[in-house]
Every structure is written in structure tokens, then in C-alpha cells.
Design a protein around this ligand. Structure first.
Ligand code: FAD
Length: 508
């Protein structure tokens, strides 16, 4: 019987990114999918800056950015009038190397992940469905069924359920999936369109009880549309075509749709499971949370789950850390999923609400408010930071400690470039590191050498101050580029105590 360190059910973006990060850390992974081939439809289109920052760690960001279309601005329209031009470049350039929303269809994204996995020696076992599993003291036995009905088993130290919204792993665990379903029927369409709006930036057009989001993803008029189906046609879901969608918001953009390549309707759900960890089994991605596509967060959140869990599983497999490290995955990511579902729920309900008052607020008041807010630097930056997921923090985590200047344990490591040195430049391998902006003391240097901890020292500069760092302080950075510990005194003893308190054997 084959044995894996980590066995992954589901090879959507979440499962493949988990497999990739584990393989990069030398973990033996098995990954199966019940389908014969990866999806061929575009589905999630937005890749957010935070995911690109993390992809940079494994040398994937440049390729993905080059293949996609970096969208530099969002335009807001209401009742046919252009109300606001929100520049992402202006809002994000000082926070991230990726101050844009990358529009890159999910099917192409998945093709790259499949290839990268194969380069790491990992092949997805296709037409192989997880149909059961049993947890024992030291491992999990997984039952698999091939397309021809034959069954086989394998064992794994840990099991990851990345098997989508209808997750078999979640059902077998008895996990809940509480939430609801929105009334309106939505559509997604990949089209060839003509008109100024199709030439570059993202557009959101609001009409009476109707809206459309337009995401161009080539320079030649290929676009993704997301909108609502006309109320009187919504009951015919399954037999609908592009003719049945509300065209008013589209016409307001001056858009002429010449060809429809793909059209699909769907009901949008908002649901979160109550636990992400059950002993040796974990839930990630759509298996754990689903929400409206407002803000392009769904797939990104699944990938974020995978990257959060991968380094913790790698440490557990190598017996470097206690089991409580694995509990921090649920504590950190479940809290974020609840916040995200609440926010997208409010936004989505607002954008799709019906009635005279809702219409007035959406098409008259909101655009004025958005435009005014966006003209204020701090508001503009905040909006970009939320959408791009760079504000995600784990302040309440068991792994977070200390504060120095504007930063606290749990913050994402702010991005700073000074004299050509980039503090997000990847290490040779995914690992912990200590960063000091200024001069480290000898005791800290000795501790890092003795424990094989990479120590990166940056000559203090204004760029560091602007990013919130404190001169000569110590920043302990986790393998997923979040700050674990800040210490203004840069004390080797504080660093040692951090790991001792958490029984993190590798650094004790
Ligand atoms: C029509 C459509 C439009 C969308 N538009 C957007 C959008 O605009 N923005 C956005 O952010 N998101 C969008 N999404 C959602 C986005 O596609 C998902 O959030 C994303 O795919 C989640 O990735 P995942 O890997 O967690 O799950 P999935 O992509 O669902 O992958 C799960 C995988 O598990 C496999 N599987 C299931 N059960 C088993 C089993 N028992 N054994 C083995 N394999 C199994 C499935 O075959 C599948 O390949 C859209 C989805 C759809 C369907």
C-alpha cells in the first residue's frame, strides 16, 4: 500500500498549490481528482497581489503575471454615466510589487500549476475519487475508487480535503456548512466584445436592480462578464442563453458583444464550515468556505489556506514542531473566512438589492461616496489593501507576539525596497528568517548561526521607516512571510523564549 506524508483529495487551485508548496519543502504528497482532466472554463479570474507575493517565494509570480493581464484601474458607472476611475497603481505602488488586479482565467492558471507540479515530480492521479477514510493513531487510511469501479487504499500521515464545495471529506467528517443562498440568479460569460470599455480596465456598471462586472483579459477584446439574469427568466436556469441576461448595464458601458465563447448561470452561496481541522484531516478552499464572487476573493482565499497550512504540515512531518502548530491553521484562516463572507455578503446584498431606496443608494449615493473616498489617499490605499488581501493579519494567533513601531506579530511582512534591496526577495528555500533593519547585536547573530536561522540585515533607510519598521529591531518572519515576533531590543533571549514557549523543537 502506498504511503504519503500528506494525501490531497481534489486538484483544483487549492489542492495543487498545497501540493506544490509541500513538494518544495520535501514532503511526499499524493494528490487525486475524480475528474478525467482539469477544468476548461475560466471561472475565477482575479489573482490578488498577496497571492503573487507568495508565488514569488517559489519562482512562480513572474510567469503568472506575464501570462495574465495586470488591470491597473476600476471604473464605476451608474445609470450609463461614468462616475469614478479608481487607480490601483496609485493606491498600491508603495505597498506591493504587484499594484494591480491580475486578470488570469482559472483554467490557464490550473494548467501552469499542473506543469509546475510535474516539474517537481508530482502527478495528479485522475479519475480517482476519495470515497472514504479512517483515522488511526499515527496515520489515515484512505479509500479510493477508480472510474472503472475498482477500489484501492493508501495511507497518509495527514489528509487534506481540497475537494470543493460538495466536499466528500467534509461530509465524511460530519462538518457543517452553514450559511445561505442568494435569491438572484447570476451568470458568467466569456465574450468577444467591442467598445472602449473592452480595451483595458475593469468596469462595474450599476443600473436599477441590475449590475455587470467587466474584466478584459486580453488586448483584443476578450472579456469576462459577471451579472444577473433577468428576473422573469430566472426560473428557467439550465436552459438560458446570453440573450436572457439583463443587458441594460452592458449597454450603459457602450459594449457590443460579438461572440459568446462560454455562458453559465449559477446560484451564489455563502457558507463556512465550523472546523478546519479534525485530528489528522484538514479542510481547505471551497470545501471550507464559499461566498459571492464580489471582489474576486474565492480562489485566492483557498490558495491562501493552502500556503498557510503547507509550512505547518511540513514542520509536523519533520517532527520540528508540536501538534498545536497545526491547530493555528484553523484559528488563523477560519477567522478570516468569517470576516470575508460577512464583507462580501454585505457588498453583494447592496449591489443586488431591489426597491426604490436601494436603487437610489446604489446608483446615486454610492458612486459619489466611492469617488470622494477614493480621492483621499488613505482611503484609496485601504481599499486596495483590502481587495489585494495584503491586510490579512494573524494578530490573535498563538504564533504572534510582540510589537515594534507600527508593526505587530501577525502582520504581513510589509514590502520595502531600499538601495535596490528588496526585503521580500525569496530565500533559497521556504523557511523562517530573522530580519533586522539597521545593525544586529552580536548575541542575535550568534543565536541565528547556532540554530541555522537565516539572518537578513538591511542598511537602515527611509523606505524602511515608511513601511513601519523600527531601526535595529528584530523581526522574526514565518515561512509564509507573516511576522511572528517583533522585538525592539532585538534580544536573542526573547527569540529563544519565543520558540521555547511554543515547544518548537527545531529552534530550541
Ligand atoms: C461558474 C463559476 C464561476 C466562478 N467565478 C468566480 C470568480 O469570478 N471569482 C472567484 O474568486 N471565484 C469564482 N468561482 C469560484 C472558484 O472557481 C472557486 O473558488 C475555486 O475553484 C476553488 O478552488 P478549490 O480548489 O478550493 O475547489 P475546486 O476548484 O472546486 O476543486 C475541487 C476539486 O476536487 C475534485 N473532487 C471533488 N470531490 C472529490 C473526491 N471525492 N475525490 C477526488 N476529487 C474530488 C473536483 O473534481 C475538483 O477538481 C467560480 C466558480 C464557478 C463554478
Amino acid at each position: 500500500m502506498d504511503h504519503y506524508d500528506v494525501f490531497i483529495a481534489g486538484s483544483g487551485p487549492t489542492g495543487m498549490v498545497l501540493a506544490l508548496y509541500l513538494a518544495h519543502q520535501g514532503v511526499k504528497v499524493g494528490i487525486v481528482d475524480k475528474t478525467a482532466a482539469p477544468g476548461t472554463t475560466s471561472r475565477a479570474m482575479a489573482v490578488q497581489a498577496r497571492i503573487l507575493e507568495l508565488y514569488r517565494q517559489i519562482g512562480l509570480a513572474d510567469e503568472i503575471v506575464a501570462a495574465g493581464k495586470p488591470n491597473q484601474a476600476i471604473n464605476l458607472w451608474a445609470k450609463g454615466k461614468h462616475k469614478a476611475h479608481l487607480s490601483l497603481q496609485l493606491a498600491g505602488a508603495r505597498y506591493t510589487p504587484y499594484p494591480f488586479i491580475l486578470v488570469y482565467p482559472q483554467d490557464r492558471h490550473e494548467e501552469v500549476l499542473v506543469r509546475k507540479l510535474e516539474e517537481m515530480g508530482v502527478t495528479v492521479q485522475r479519475e480517482t475519487e476519495l470515497v472514504g477514510f479512517e483515522e488511526h493513531e499515527c496515520e489515515v487510511t484512505v479509500r479510493l475508487r477508480k472510474a472503472d469501479g475498482t477500489e484501492k487504499q493508501c495511507t497518509a500521515t495527514y489528509l487534506a480535503g481540497c475537494d470543493g464545495a460538495h466536499s466528500a471529506v467534509r461530509h465524511l467528517l460530519g462538518g457543517s456548512f452553514t450559511g445561505g443562498t442568494y435569491d438572484r440568479l447570476f451568470y458568467v460569460a466569456d465574450v468577444e466584445a467591442r467598445g472602449k470599455a473592452a480595451e483595458g480596465e475593469v468596469h462595474l456598471s450599476l443600473e436599477t436592480a441590475d449590475f455587470v462586472i467587466l474584466l478584459p483579459y486580453t488586448d483584443t477584446g476578450r472579456c469576462r462578464l459577471i451579472g444577473t439574469v433577468r428576473e422573469e427568466r430566472a426560473d428557467a436556469a439550465g436552459q438560458l442563453s446570453f440573450e436572457d441576461v439583463s443587458h441594460r448595464a452592458l449597454e450603459s458601458l457602450g459594449l457590443r458583444v460579438e461572440q459568446v465563447h462560454w455562458f453559465s448561470t449559477y446560484r451564489v452561496h455563502h457558507r463556512v464550515t465550523d472546523h478546519y481541522r479534525y485530528g489528522r484531516a484538514f479542510l481547505l478552499g471551497d470545501a471550507a468556505h464559499v461566498h459571492s464572487p464580489a471582489g474576486g476573493q474565492g480562489m485566492n482565499t483557498g490558495i491562501g489556506d493552502a500556503i498557510n497550512l503547507a509550512w505547518k504540515l511540513a514542520a509536523a512531518v519533520r517532527h520540528e514542531a508540536p501538534q498545536s502548530l497545526l491547530d493555528s491553521y484553523e484559528a488563523e484562516r477560519l477567522a478570516f473566512a468569517h470576516k470575508l463572507v460577512d464583507t462580501t455578503d454585505r457588498l453583494f446584498t447592496f449591489v443586488t438589492a431591489e426597491g426604490t431606496f436601494a436603487d437610489f443608494m446604489r446608483t446615486r449615493i454610492a458612486p459619489i461616496f466611492a469617488s470622494a473616498a477614493y480621492s483621499i489617499d488613505t482611503m484609496r490605499e485601504l481599499i486596495f489593501r483590502i481587495i489585494s488581501q495584503i491586510t490579512i493579519n494573524y494578530h490573535d494567533s498563538w504564533l504572534s507576539a510582540g510589537a515594534a513601531g507600527a508593526l505587530k506579530g501577525g502582520d504581513r511582512l510589509p514590502w520595502a525596497v531600499q538601495d535596490g534591496r528588496d526585503n521580500h526577495a525569496p530565500l533559497p528555500k521556504i523557511d523562517w528568517q530573522v530580519q533586522v533593519y539597521g545593525t544586529p547585536n552580536d548575541a542575535l547573530g550568534d543565536w541565528c548561526t547556532r540554530h541555522g536561522m537565516p539572518l537578513r540585515v538591511f542598511d537602515w533607510g527611509q523606505g524602511h521607516e515608511a513601511a513601519g519598521f523600527t531601526r535595529n529591531a528584530l523581526y522574526l518572519v514565518r515561512p509564509d512571510n507573516h511576522i511572528a515576533l517583533c522585538d525592539t531590543g532585538a534580544s536573542a533571549e526573547t527569540l529563544a523564549k519565543y520558540f521555547r514557549d511554543r515547544a518548537y523543537r527545531r529552534f530550541c
